[in-house]
Write a protein that binds this ligand. Structure first.
Ligand code: UDP
Length: 329
């Protein structure tokens, strides 16, 4: 029996693959390598290069493999790009999920853990955000993820299929080996960008706005270590394999850090100065995003271990020192 990981060559997918393999699962990866990297693939897993929108490709893979559950990461994930090219997100993410689900039904695969996002909530109306918070996305990326959740939910109501949707807050950090980590091209995420400064690739960081209604004027986010996130995926999969009911969970640390606090933590984690300048606000950034993670703790028995944000930055730094250009070379 195998677990299929779609998007297993991407940042989160590649860490999930290692987490599953380390727990003794056999893993099959599907990735089109559009944004994932061949060097992030784990040689212990079986790899099928192809696109989840390609029905014949998926049918061929499912006919050869004994897949018992799917963890679905394959998606485009840049908020800014989704604003200028929304149809890419409704095609690859929403339509791709539809094709994947129909192949799962055809091959009687009954469980899916879905990689969702706090962007499904939109501008928060209360903090911390729990799973009953209204969903009102403010960009096509979040809208597409919410649509994917709903497509999965309606499919599960009509067919013999159960799911867990996991709504991530800000995922960061890297595998303890330092062999895989966060690598995007172009890079837009805060921690890898901060680390480009001590790595000598960027003179300074641009802080997107210091006039927010927060304690120091910069945006507050909830950073969760990739290792804790992966642990939650394995627990969610085991929850479904044990026959439990479909549900939605937030994955965050439950703590918020401002950009200035992240810069301070990065100084301590790297032992180097981090130069920065204040830039304009980035459109679409809410001032504060902090998760309530009680439901995942109570129902999945999840307990995040890396509660100090410095640990997250240190593990990212370990990877970025080894791979200063990410997986580009
Ligand atoms: N951010 C920043 N400068 C950068 C990149 C990000 O000030 O070069 C801020 C961004 O405005 C947000 C926070 O850092 O408040 C986290 O951004 P990221 O893109 O990492 O994640 P998001 O919260 O958008 O998912």
């Amino acid at each position: 029996m195998s677990i299929l990981v779609t998007g297993g060559a991407g940042y989160i997918g590649s860490h999930a693959v290692k987490g599953l393999l380390d727990k003794g699962y056999e893993v099959v990866i599907v990735d089109n390598l559009e944004t994932g990297f061949e060097s992030a693939l784990d040689s212990r897993a079986k790899f099928y290069k192809g696109d989840i929108r390609d029905n014949a490709f998926l049918n061929d893979m499912f006919s050869k493999e004994d897949v018992k559950g799917v963890i679905h990461f394959a998606a485009n994930s840049l908020v800014g790009e989704s604003m200028t090219n929304p149809l890419k997100y409704f095609d690859n993410n929403v339509h791709g999920t539809r094709v994947l689900l129909s192949a799962m039904l055809k091959y009687d695969v009954k469980h899916i853990v879905f990689s969702s996002t706090a962007a499904t909530y939109g501008e928060p109306v209360r903090i911390p955000i729990d799973e009953s918070h209204p969903t009102s996305p403010i960009n096509p990326y979040g809208e597409a993820k919410l649509m994917m959740e709903k497509v999965i939910d309606w499919t599960s109501k009509a067919h013999d299929l159960t799911y867990v949707s996991l709504r991530y807050f800000n995922v960061a950090g890297a595998h303890p080996s330092g062999e895989i980590g966060e690598s995007h091209d172009p890079e837009t995420h805060l921690i890898p960008i901060i680390l480009q400064v001590p790595n000598g690739q960027r003179e300074k960081l641009s802080v997107f706005g210091n006039d927010y209604d927060t304690k120091d004027g910069t945006c507050i986010r909830d950073y969760i270590h990739i290792e804790d996130l992966v642990e939650a995926h394995v627990l969610a999969l085991e929850y479904l394999l044990a026959g439990k009911k479909s549900d939605i969970f937030n994955l965050g640390s439950g703590d918020g850090y401002s950009i200035y606090e992240m810069i301070e933590a990065a100084k301590e984690a790297t032992g180097q100065e981090i130069a920065y300048e204040i830039a304009d606000r980035r459109p679409g950034d809410p001032a504060v995003l902090i998760a309530s993670n009680n439901k995942a703790k109570d129902v999945l028995n999840w307990s995040p271990k890396h509660t100090d944000v410095k640990d997250i930055i240190k593990s990212a730094w370990h990877f970025h020192k080894k791979y200063p250009n990410g997986f580009k070379g």
